[in-house]
Design a protein around this ligand. Structure first.
Ligand code: KG4
Ligand code: ZN
Length: 370
């Protein structure tokens, strides 16, 4: 593992390809020297929508169909060919195992065929590292300095990490049950919103009253950095059921925006409060906000306000890089390659689980083109 350092993150200067197939987006991105050159994806959301969630086997099969066209579209967007690449990065954990395998096998084959260095990346770390990426080639772009506190909020994870460098993330706390995105999606499904409900709740909440319904905003009396959203999920469902029982569909229709605003507020308050507790406990002065739920407008505004009030740096990932994408994989891969991390294409594993402590193995064998 590379040494701990607070220096600005290094990237390899050449274009690194990133492949992301851990869930329901087939995504490919290219990053060179910390700048996003291209990012394309083929979403499977409409395919899974009628099931109200992701069906793993359907996901794997569609990654197989979509990966090569998405790769070609990404190269075309960057105006590059395979010969121009300096490395290949791929999400190899955590995620749906069959879905991950499509990405890892494709990336390993590409690396072998083109004699390119290969690196497997941790999906959640890639989400967080996206804060280091210049998404639009902005001249005023700045990066957080490390160490930083990272709040990763996605459909499957809600965790706080200390980030010291690429491959150097330490888990500080996480949800004990549902992830924040999952809690939003399940509640949305219950009140008749399409999957994934997070962005719809975000939009509807803008027209609602966050104080209308009193819903649990976290676990009382906790001093550690654990979070929980299952009590909120139950309370939200019971509140919606009570409205429905009393006034029928018309009452639920009329209450939907207020319900969304109140539910979203409860999610945001717990996330902000736990992040502030983590700041107090660690003394860190930089906050990264990452993952699909980091696109939420209320969370960005509230955490931004709380950080500003404390003179703490706030680094939300660029909105277009919040949900699953290939550029975040390419970005972390580029920094890992710059730190000398490589994986053997013949031995790259895929794993459904997120290890609590992210530990990257410096692969020994195959030498790639550096
Ligand atoms: O990171 P991501 O794309 O996939 C996972 O790794 O899980 O996150 C997807 C999650 C979904 O739960 C989705 O509802 C949520 O991110 N999401 C949002 C917003 N955009 C996406 N949640 C709240 N507000 C949003 N604007
Ligand atoms: Zn994700």
């Amino acid at each position: 593992m590379p040494e701990r350092s607070s220096a600005a993150p290094a990237f390899v200067p050449g274009p690194v390809l990133g492949i992301e197939t851990s869930c329901d987006e087939t995504a490919v991105g290219i990053v060179a020297d910390g700048r996003v050159l291209a990012a394309c994806f083929s979403t499977q959301i409409p395919l899974h929508q009628r099931f109200g969630g992701v069906v793993p086997e359907v996901a794997s099969r569609n990654h197989l169909l979509s990966l090569l066209p998405t790769l070609e579209a990404t190269l075309a967007q960057a105006d590059l060919g395979l010969d121009d690449l300096a490395g290949v990065a791929v999400t190899h954990r955590p995620g749906l195992l069959g879905a991950l395998l499509v990405g890892t096998q494709s990336a390993a084959t590409l690396a072998l065929r083109r004699n390119l260095p290969l690196v497997g990346v941790h999906h959640i770390e890639a989400h967080c590292w996206a804060a280091m990426l210049d998404a639009d080639g902005a001249s005023a772009f700045r990066r957080p300095t490390l160490p930083a506190l990272a709040l990763a909020v996605s459909g499957g994870h809600t965790s706080l990490y200390r980030m010291d460098g690429p491959g150097q993330m330490t888990l500080l706390g996480q949800t004990l049950d549902d992830a924040a995105g999952e809690a939003l999606d399940k509640f949305g499904k219950h009140i008749g919103l399409p999957y994934p409900a997070g962005p719809v709740i975000d939009r509807l909440a803008g027209q609602g009253d966050p104080e209308r319904y009193a819903l649990p905003r976290g676990m009382r009396g906790r001093t550690d950095l654990a979070m929980s959203f299952s009590g909120l999920k139950t309370a939200g469902r019971m509140q919606a059921d009570a409205i429905l029982a009393e006034g029928g569909d018309a009452a639920l229709d009329a209450a939907r925006a207020d319900l969304c605003a109140s539910y979203q507020e409860a999610v945001v308050r717990q996330l902000v409060d736990t992040t502030l507790r983590a700041l107090r406990q660690t003394g860190l002065r930089e906050v990264i906000l990452a993952g699909g739920v980091a696109a939420n407008s209320r969370l960005r505004a509230e955490l931004g306000r709380a950080c500003a009030a404390r003179g703490v740096g706030f680094w939300p990932v660029a909105p277009r890089l919040c949900t699953d994408n290939g550029a975040m994989v390419a970005g972390l891969g580029s920094s890992l390659l710059a730190a000398g991390v490589r994986h053997d294409p013949l031995q790259l594993d895929a794993s459904p689980t997120a290890r609590p402590e992210i530990a990257l193995v410096r692969a020994s064998a195959r030498e790639g083109r550096a």
